[in-house]
Design a protein around this ligand. Sequence first.
Ligand SMILES: [Ca+2]
Length: 112
Amino acid sequence: MIASLAFAGLSASPAAASPEQCSSNRFCLFEDENFQAVFAGFTRSQSQLFDRDLDDKTTAIINNTDDAWCVYSDGTYTGSRREIGPRQVVSSLLAYEWQFNDVISSISRGGC
Ligand SMILES: [Ca+2]
């Protein structure tokens, strides 16, 4: 019963998250590991993420597009960067190969 209540607000974004929420042709950011907590899906580059309540919060990513995306530690596509490949899924940016947890402030569609 608790779960059904939790799904009542899915139309809002950001909303309680699950991987299935990342629909086709979206680049999706999640606040917590394994695609939990605050969620937002994008089709275009974002020079700032604070207006989506996701500045310096992203811990998991699903790239459900055919393009590479670049994620940046600062706004307006500056700072450190990582490239997320087409269709790549990252369950935790805490992982050694990423070391990019809770720093993403802007994202651009296209490689780094
Ligand atoms: Ca986080």
